[in-house]
Design a protein around this ligand. Structure first.
Ligand code: UT7
Length: 329
C-alpha cells in the first residue's frame, strides 16, 4: 500500500467588510499613504467591527464545508491558530465546533503568532498520515484590531483582521504535505509581544493604564530577524528536498512586509510571478495570511504544483512547509 499523505482538498477565506485605508489611518495617527506603502506594501486592511475571531472562522469554515461537500459531523479534528481567541479559555476551536455543529470533532487552539498556520498544517497533517483521521480542518484567524493600539503608528498601520481555513484529507498519489521545517526562539519574545492579560501580568487597572493589553513591537529588530530567518528556512527546505528555483511553482509567504517577502523570494531565486502577494489588500492578518493567499490564488493553482509556505512571527517562531497542490479548481 502506498504511503498516505495529507492533501489540502479545499481552501476558503473570510474577510470582514470594513476597509480601513491608509488615508483613514493618517487621520488617526501621524502617518501617510506614501510612508505606509513604501515601507510595507500595505494599502488597506479589513476590520471586524462586530463579532469575534470565532465569527470569522465560522465564515471561512462554513464555506469550506460546502465547497468540499463535507457534513459538519464528519469532521474529526479542528486546529485553530490564533493569538486573538474569543476568550483565554475555552478554546476558540471549541466555540467554532459548537457554532457549526461539528459534534464529532475535537479541537484546540494553537499559539504561534504569524507562524500559526504552518505549525497547524504540520501538526494536522500528522493525524492524516498516521491513518487516524480522514478530515482535519486547519484554521488561521486573527482579529488583530482587538489587540492593536490605534495610537501607536508603528503597529496600527500593519495589522488587519481575517480568517482562512483548509481541509486536510488522505491522499495516496503522493500529493499534499511533503515536508516541513519549524523553528522557534523564545528569547525573541521581548521584541513582539502582548505583555498584559496573561498569568505574568494579569489584567489590572495598572496594566490597562500602561496599555499592556496591546501589541508591542520593536519593528526594526523583528524586521532584521524576519528577513534573515524566513529567507534561510525557505532555502533550507528547498535544499533538503533537492528543489531548484525552477522546480518551485509558488512561494506562499507570510504577509508582514513586502520587503521581507521580496528578500525571501530573492534568496530562493524565484521571480515575482511565482510569489503570492495580497498584503496590499489585507495587511498582516497574523495567522490568517497564508490561507488567505491560497484562497486568493486558488484558481491559478494546478494539481501537482509545488508550493513552499513560509512564515516568521512573534515568539520568535518561523518555518516552511513544502507541499504539492492536490486539485484543479
Ligand atoms: O508579522 C509578524 C512579524 N512582524 C514583522 O515582520 C514586522 C517587521 N518590521 C517591519 O515591517 C518594519 O520594521 C516596520 C514596517 C514596522 C517599520 O518600518 P521601518 O522601515 O523598520 O521603520 P523604522 O521603525 O526604522 O522607523 C523609521 C522612521 C522613524 O522615524 P525616525 O526615528 O527615523 O525619525 C519612525 O518614527 O519612521 C517613523 N515611523 C513612521 N513614520 C510615518 C514609524 N512608523 C511610522 C508611520 N508613519 N506609521
Amino acid at each position: 500500500m502506498s504511503k498516505i499523505t495529507a492533501a489540502i482538498t479545499g481552501v476558503q477565506g473570510y474577510l470582514p467588510d470594513y476597509v480601513l485605508t491608509n488615508d483613514e489611518l493618517s487621520k488617526i495617527v501621524e502617518t501617510s499613504d506614501e510612508w505606509i506603502t513604501s515601507r510595507t506594501g500595505i494599502k488597506e486592511r479589513r476590520i471586524m467591527k462586530d463579532g469575534a475571531s470565532s465569527d470569522m472562522a465560522v465564515g471561512a469554515v462554513e464555506g469550506l464545508l460546502k465547497k468540499t461537500n463535507t457534513r459538519p459531523e464528519d469532521v474529526d479534528l479542528v486546529i485553530l491558530a490564533t493569538v486573538t481567541p474569543d476568550y483565554p479559555f475555552p478554546s476558540t476551536a471549541n466555540v467554532l465546533c459548537d457554532k457549526l455543529g461539528m459534534t464529532n470533532a475535537w479541537g484546540y487552539d494553537l499559539i504561534a503568532a504569524c507562524s500559526g498556520f504552518i505549525y497547524g498544517l504540520a501538526t494536522g497533517s500528522q493525524f492524516i498520515e498516521t491513518g487516524r483521521y480522514k478530515k482535519v480542518i486547519v484554521v488561521g484567524v486573527d482579529k488583530m484590531s482587538s489587540i492593536i493600539d490605534y495610537e501607536d503608528r508603528t503597529t496600527c498601520i500593519i495589522f488587519g483582521d481575517g480568517a482562512g481555513a483548509v481541509m486536510l484529507e488522505p491522499n495516496e498519489d503522493g500529493l499534499g504535505v511533503q515536508d516541513f521545517i519549524l523553528k522557534s526562539d523564545g528569547s525573541g519574545r521581548e521584541y513582539l509581544v502582548q505583555p498584559g492579560g496573561g498569568s505574568l501580568n494579569p489584567t489590572s487597572i495598572e496594566t490597562i493604564e500602561k496599555r499592556m493589553h496591546f501589541v508591542r513591537q520593536e519593528g526594526k529588530q523583528v524586521f532584521k530577524f524576519a528577513v534573515t530567518n524566513m529567507a534561510e528556512v525557505s532555502a533550507e527546505i528547498m535544499e533538503k528536498n533537492n528543489l531548484t528555483s525552477d522546480d518551485v511553482d509558488w512561494l506562499v509567504p507570510h504577509q508582514a512586509n513586502l520587503r521581507i517577502i521580496d528578500a525571501t523570494a530573492k534568496r530562493m531565486g524565484l521571480p515575482e510571478e511565482k510569489v503570492m502577494i495580497n498584503i496590499q489588500k489585507y495587511g498582516n492578518t497574523t495567522a490568517g495570511t497564508l490561507p488567505l493567499c491560497l484562497w486568493d490564488y486558488e484558481k491559478q493553482l494546478k494539481k501537482g504544483d509545488k508550493l513552499i509556505l513560509s512564515a516568521f512571527g512573534g515568539g520568535f517562531t518561523w518555518g516552511s512547509v513544502y507541499l504539492k497542490w492536490a486539485y484543479n479548481s
